[in-house]
Design a protein around this ligand. Structure first.
Ligand code: NAP
Length: 296
């Protein structure tokens, strides 16, 4: 048995939030202006409402205003029109579209309309492409949040074998790109992967981004692996991750709840203040919060 240490997402998010709070004060003093995040919900998904509510409350805590839009029914065209209006609205600094969107909406077409400098949740193909090319852009909040956790705990992934289970455009794929930018040796697994258990067993770092409760078993993990669980599933009114609790096998792991989730929200705030500063200074000098890695 290994003595496993918890990577405390609540602590990381508290530190990030405090830094954002101070930057918001500085911003207000320097520009005498508010920072505003526009949030958009389409459809009637209950979880989306809960998430946007949590994000709005977090904005309030750090002094960021929110303008919340919610439409039970909306077309792709309606959503594109709204995004274009918000892109042009100089009082809006960031745009967050809560996913998933209803099936009638062409999701990526809409995400791609968001101006890159306001794409604080890293949803557009352009933001993703920039991350993939190791250029300056806002990373999607969850993978970017995972990078914040690694940074907070000084975890150097250089040369480590990382296995990312899940390849969604908002999580698995951008995270794989971010880890690759940091010189990890990355394997991306998905529903068609053969011998998933063997892939996981070889990894120094395992990331669960599957969306299936405790799908990755504790006994698949290599002794001493670093385990990052992005999963968030409700089972019998309990929240569980995509990985069985790896205590006793992992050297370090993120718990669920209290791991990746809180840092995702703090990362959205971090990206929003960075967007506001960038827009205000009207330069391309990107804030430190941007995902920009030095190629070594
Ligand atoms: P998603 O879009 O449904 O993607 C799931 C991924 O898992 C897909 O790439 C899928 O492969 C793969 N997968 C499904 N079954 C598999 C299997 N049997 N073996 C291997 N791979 C399999 O989900 P997501 O949006 O990325 O979310 C993943 C998890 O993260 C969920 O639990 C979600 O709640 C959580 N999440 C948390 C946060 C947060 O703030 N903490 C934010 C976003 C998501 P294919 O591509 O082949 O279908």
């Amino acid at each position: 048995m290994i003595e496993s240490k918890v990577l405390d997402g609540k602590l990381v998010s508290a530190v990030l939030e405090e830094a954002v709070k101070n930057k918001v004060l500085d911003y207000k003093e320097e520009y005498n202006d508010d920072i505003t995040l526009a949030t958009i919900i389409v459809g009637s998904d209950k979880a989306s409402k809960t998430y946007v509510n949590m994000k709005s409350k977090a904005c309030q805590r750090v002094g960021i205003q929110t303008r919340n839009y919610s439409f039970p029914e909306f077309t792709t065209e309606d959503l594109i029109n709204l995004i274009q209006t918000l892109n042009e609205d100089t009082s809006i600094n960031g745009i967050l579209i809560q996913h998933p969107l209803p099936k009638n909406i062409d999701e990526q077409k809409c995400f791609d309309q968001i101006a890159t400098e306001k794409d604080v949740d890293g949803l557009s193909s352009k933001s993703f492409g920039k991350i993939a090319f190791n250029e300056e852009a806002f990373g999607a909040a969850t993978p970017n949040g995972i990078i914040h956790i690694l940074d907070f705990y000084n975890i150097d992934v250089t040369g480590q074998k990382a296995c990312v289970v899940g390849r969604s455009p908002i999580l698995g794929k951008p995270l794989a790109a971010m880890l690759l930018n940091r010189n990890a040796t990355v394997t991306i697994c998905h529903s068609k992967t053969k011998n998933l258990k063997e892939e996981v067993a070889q990894a120094d770092i395992v990331v669960g981004a599957v969306g299936k409760p405790e799908f990755i078993k504790k006994n698949w993990l290599k002794k001493g692996a670093i385990v990052i669980d992005a999963g968030y599933n409700y089972v019998n009114s309990k929240t569980v991750g995509d990985i069985e609790n790896p205590s006793g096998i992992a050297s370090l792991y993120t718990p669920v709840p209290g791991g990746v989730g809180p840092v995702t929200i703090a990362t959205l705030l971090t990206n929003t203040i960075a967007a506001a500063n960038m827009q205000a200074s009207k330069t391309n000098t990107y804030n430190r919060q941007f995902v920009k890695e030095e190629r070594k």
